[in-house]
Design a protein around this ligand. Structure first.
Ligand code: GCU
Length: 334
């Protein structure tokens, strides 16, 4: 009940905001509300701004994209729900957060399903694979438009170096709200706690958790490097950020408009690659030199071995075996 009220309240808030913007805007302009949980200087925000610019340019300013960053419309889970109802038109969320809505998305949280970025890139640029995933959620209210590179996820801790599996014992690690990620930390010997991204900094600070796992932008862009001083290159997941859109809203656009929205999404994904690479390079340097974070190479072998039972279970489960086969068969080196 409380949750339903929150969705209604946020929906009303979004409608009021949109209303205010329309007062000065051209009434012929169609506005799309886009929500995400990152800061204004995060690389994915820059690429979403580029998406908006491209939509506006390609539509001769007849479609406008209004971005609500910083999780101001809620956590990723809440924003996915708002996208289902249509209170939000477009959202950028982690594929891990989508697992609770469509089990196909759980493949991205299965540890070491991609060991190399090239394999991930190949899969994400194979239309027969992405089409299946992106369109599979139409009946629950949204479709996928594109993905953004969100790097490799690595483990980081407040005050413990993790060199091998024995160091994982008793470690309280925050994971995304994804059952597969919970299973991953258990398989590695740690104690998982699923929570929204916005709560991680204070939870690390107060000791509710000892560790988290993410790409390097979490250290600088989200300031986690102020409290977490060890960053281990475990490379356990490559989870894309997904751009999803309310299905009904998309279908209300003309075919030409749909095509230009799709084109803008694809082009912003390509644009993002450079923005991402630059941000990772710069932020790693900042974390090292200004925050005193130590970057540590680890032997991934034992970590990969420890999660093999998860792969087996995943490959045999009725719900996940098709997507597992599809992705394993779609990798560049297979
Ligand atoms: C990444 C991802 C976010 C997500 C976050 C998380 O930073 O880009 O969308 O919220 O991980 O760990 O929750």
């Amino acid at each position: 009940m409380k949750k339903a009220l929150k969705i209604i309240a946020v929906s009303l808030f979004v409608m009021i905001l949109a209303g205010c913007q329309n007062v000065s805007g051209d009434s012929a302009t169609k506005t799309m509300k886009l929500a995400h949980n990152q800061t204004l200087d995060h690389p994915v925000h820059l690429s979403l701004v580029e998406f908006g610019r491209l939509v506006e340019e390609k539509s001769n300013d007849t479609i406008q994209v209004d971005i609500f960053p910083n999780g101001q419309l809620g956590s990723e889970r809440e924003v996915i729900e708002l996208t289902q109802t249509g209170a939000v038109d477009v959202a950028k969320v982690s594929a891990s957060a989508l697992e609770g809505f469509e089990s196909d998305y759980s493949i991205f949280s299965l540890p070491y399903v991609f060991e190399e970025y090239e394999d991930f890139e190949h899969v994400m640029n194979t239309e027969s694979i992405t089409d299946k995933i992106y369109k599979n959620t139409e009946d629950i209210g949204f479709i996928g438009l594109t993905y953004y590179n969100a790097g490799m996820r690595h483990l980081y801790t407040k005050d413990r170096e993790v060199n091998d599996l024995s160091d994982m014992s008793g470690l309280k690690v925050r994971v995304q709200p994804s059952q597969t990620s919970v299973n991953m930390i258990e398989a590695l010997g740690g104690i998982p706690t699923a929570m929204a991204y916005g709560e991680v900094y204070t939870s690390l600070q107060s000791g509710i958790i000892d560790a988290a796992e993410n790409n390097e932008t979490a250290l600088v862009g989200n300031n986690h490097g102020e409290v977490a001083k060890y960053y281990m290159y475990t490379g356990h997941q490559i989870v894309p950020d997904m751009l999803i859109m309310n299905a009904e809203r998309f279908n209300q656009f003309s075919e030409e408009e749909q095509a230009l929205i799709q084109e803008a999404a694809d082009e912003s994904t390509a644009y993002h690659e450079d923005v991402w690479a630059k941000a990772i390079k710069e932020q790693t340097e900042t974390a090292k030199n200004e925050m005193g974070v130590q970057f540590i190479e680890v032997d991934k072998g034992p970590f990969i071995d420890a999660v093999q039972p998860l792969h087996k279970a995943y490959a045999n489960d009725e719900k996940t075996k098709d997507i597992y086969q599809l992705i394993m068969g779609g990798k560049a080196n297979d």
